[in-house]
Design a protein around this ligand. Structure first.
Ligand code: IPD
Ligand code: CA
Length: 268
């Protein structure tokens, strides 16, 4: 098996090439191709084409690995490694030309269920900002060549906490009630619009913490490794692993207080 740093080199190279591809397509204009789980859950042709671009590039480097992306069919592969890809995370920002969308590429061992996988390496690029976040398990996290560290020692009432919302009305109503309880207990709340960038920003210390319910594996595979390798604790509620039910990323000193607040008010 290649080393984590060798896998990171592949993730990082392909993410940069895919980011440039998507940004170039964005510069020529973009429109909604189709809707998915609800009328506001959109996909553009650029999402699809960027996923194909990534899939083809990864297959050149690693033909026996599996592939699990947001837009296409999964492929189990035969090597035991799977690439988990969100070709454009922050698709609504991408559509509106808000410069906070990303390409997220992770490689995992152990299957595509976040509860059972180990993320080995990941890269998240924000092409509009020219910012590349990378992490390799046991090796650290970086933005460009700068090592990343979370903001440790921040109390809940001083914490800048990001979150996000899904595309289904009933879930959004519950998420809205939860954030209404979180907001008065923290410094402020951000809804940036790309979970992969939110998680990377926790690693960077641009945000103190992040939580969201209902994320898909490709939304958090790479970003959660960036956060964790920068010192964040990443998990779910009541000791559960992070997953679709809940993902919280926060410095160890903040995690329990934030988790308790979310657990008190989340209507699962
Ligand atoms: C979405 C973004 C958003 C989060 C949503 C995700 P998409 O991914 O990560 O920040 O709040 O839950 O679905 O649809 O832009 O790939
Ligand atoms: Ca996404």
């Amino acid at each position: 098996m290649p080393s984590h740093m060798e896998l990171l080199e592949i993730a990082s190279t392909v993410a940069q090439r895919a980011g440039a591809f998507a940004a170039d397509r964005r510069s020529h204009g973009v429109s909604v191709a189709e809707t998915k789980s609800s009328p506001i859950d959109i996909v553009t042709q650029v999402d699809r084409d960027t996923e194909t671009f990534i899939r083809t590039a990864l297959a050149d480097y690693r033909p026996d690995d599996g592939f699990f992306g947001e837009e296409g069919d999964a492929d189990a592969g035969s090597s035991g490694l799977t690439w988990v890809v969100d070709p454009i995370d922050g698709t609504v920002n991408f559509l509106y030309d808000i410069p906070a969308w990303s390409v997220s590429i992770a490689v995992v061992e152990g299957g595509v269920d976040p509860a059972s996988w180990t993320v080995l390496a990941g890269a998240v690029i924000n092409p509009a900002a020219g910012e590349l976040y990378t992490a390799a398990a046991g090796e650290g996290a970086w933005m460009g060549d700068r090592p990343l560290h979370v903001n440790d020692g921040v109390e809940l009432d001083r914490a800048l906490v990001a979150t996000g919302f899904g595309y289904l009305r009933e879930r959004k109503e519950r998420q809205g009630r939860l954030v209404a309880e979180v907001l008065p207990r923290v410094r402020d709340v951000r809804r940036i619009g790309s979970a992969a960038l939110d998680l990377s920003a926790v690693g960077q210390g641009r945000l103190d913490a992040f939580y969201e319910t209902g994320l898909n594996p490709w939304d958090h595979a790479a970003g959660a490794l960036v956060a964790a390798e920068a010192g964040a604790r990443v998990g779910g509620l009541a000791g559960a692993p992070a997953g679709a039910d809940m993902l919280i990323a926060a410095p160890p000193s903040l995690f329990d207080d934030l988790e308790r607040t979310i657990a008190e008010f989340w209507e699962a």
